[in-house]
Write a protein that binds this ligand. Structure first.
Ligand code: ZN
Ligand code: ZN
Ligand code: ZN
Length: 364
């Protein structure tokens, strides 16, 4: 905050507050807001009847507000302004990226001179460097979805004759059974639907002799009541013998994914890692079908800093966790993607996901 000349940080709904204090506000119209002034004690402004949800926390003061009080005025007071004065001193305040705009608008009405910035500028550089504990949580999350992927690859999760939505629901149940408290997504894209990177699993019945792309993940349950960390994996299964054209493209994809992981070393600009994997796709003749960036950071949020995308010159740091997920998507025909979560460490990049990267074949 001092580096960014930010006077106070305001966090509410969204992942920043759980990341910082382990408490997740209910995403409702009743305001919960953690006020972190640069030079003063932090205060949690919270509906009075929800105080019981916050365990004994000496690191911040708890300010409950009753149903007939205005929590916006309480936040203004916590910032040192006098409520209702409209003359609160000009300040630079960082507000959570996911905080509802209605709260920001109401705060701005009370303090029109404030210079607002996104909290990402303060918490982003902190959140992207994971501690050992956070990496252990990400590893637990990855182990959970690896076991789901293995069930998919072995044929234990039936595909042929079922709808994408049914398979998606089964993936979701298994994600929860593997230590996650919620499912963030379970993409099941079969046949030509696999050409749509974020396909929404639908009524299409999975047939023989086609690709089934599955991309799924959730947020873990933390034993100590912490915020929970995300998993995210993509594997592909072919329901029969794949044609040579597909197998050849998949081999290039396999190579590009491995090259992307190997290139993700500490100090390397994030955009260069993308370029390295893309080069393999280009050489293999499928680069034009690789439609998206190579990867995204992951932590308490499924997508966060750093982004592995052309033009991002930020160097990877030890403790950065991100996906490496090249893919090819040919409209009307098919598609494939391989995705792992990788951690950059002083001793090199380390893939948290270990599920088989080969194209799994299940008998038609
Ligand atoms: Zn995606
Ligand atoms: Zn994914
Ligand atoms: Zn991803």
């Amino acid at each position: 905050m001092a580096e960014n000349d930010v006077d106070a940080l305001l966090l509410s709904t969204g992942p920043d507050m759980p990341w910082l204090i382990g408490y997740e506000a209910m995403a409702l119209e009743r305001l919960t807001m953690l006020v972190v002034p640069k030079d003063d004690d932090a205060k949690l402004v919270i509906p009075a009847f929800e105080i019981a949800r916050v365990a004994d926390r000496p690191e911040f003061d708890i300010v409950g507000w009753n149903e007939t009080e205005d929590p916006i005025k309480i936040v203004v007071e916590a910032l040192g302004g006098s409520a209702g004065s409209k003359r609160a001193s000009a300040k630079k305040l960082a507000i959570g990226d996911h905080t509802w705009s209605r709260f920001l608008v109401e705060l701005n009405d009370e303090m029109p001179a404030v210079n607002w910035v996104a909290a990402r500028s303060v918490v982003g550089p902190l959140r992207r460097v994971k501690s050992e504990d956070e990496i252990a949580s990400l590893q637990r999350a990855a182990d959970g979805v690896d076991r789901v992927a293995a069930a998919l690859q072995s044929g234990e999760i039936e595909l042929i004759g079922r709808s994408e939505a049914e398979v998606s629901a089964e993936l979701g149940r298994r994600i929860l059974a593997e230590g996650h408290r919620k499912v963030n997504f379970a993409i099941v894209a079969s046949g030509p639907n696999a050409a749509s990177p974020h396909h929404h699993a639908g009524d299409r019945i999975i047939g023989p002799n086609e690709v089934v792309l599955c991309d799924f993940g959730g947020t873990t349950t933390e034993l100590d009541g912490g915020p929970g960390y995300c998993s995210d994996i993509t594997r592909c299964v072919y329901t029969g013998k794949p044609p040579a054209e597909f197998t050849e493209a998949y081999e290039t994809l396999f190579e590009a994914q491995a090259r992307g992981v190997a290139a993700a070393t500490v100090g390397r600009p994030a955009g260069e890692v993308d370029r390295e994997a893309r080069h393999v796709m280009d050489e293999g003749g499928i680069g034009e079908w690789f439609l998206h960036r190579l990867g995204h950071g992951i932590g308490v949020e499924a997508h966060e800093d750093p982004y592995l995308v052309e033009g991002n010159t930020e160097p990877l740091e030890a403790g950065n966790a991100f996906s490496i997920e090249p893919g090819f998507y040919i409209e009307g025909k098919w598609g494939a993607r391989i995705e792992d979560i990788v951690v950059a460490g002083q001793d090199g990049p380390r893939s948290l996901n270990k599920a088989d990267h080969n194209l799994a074949i299940v008998e038609a």
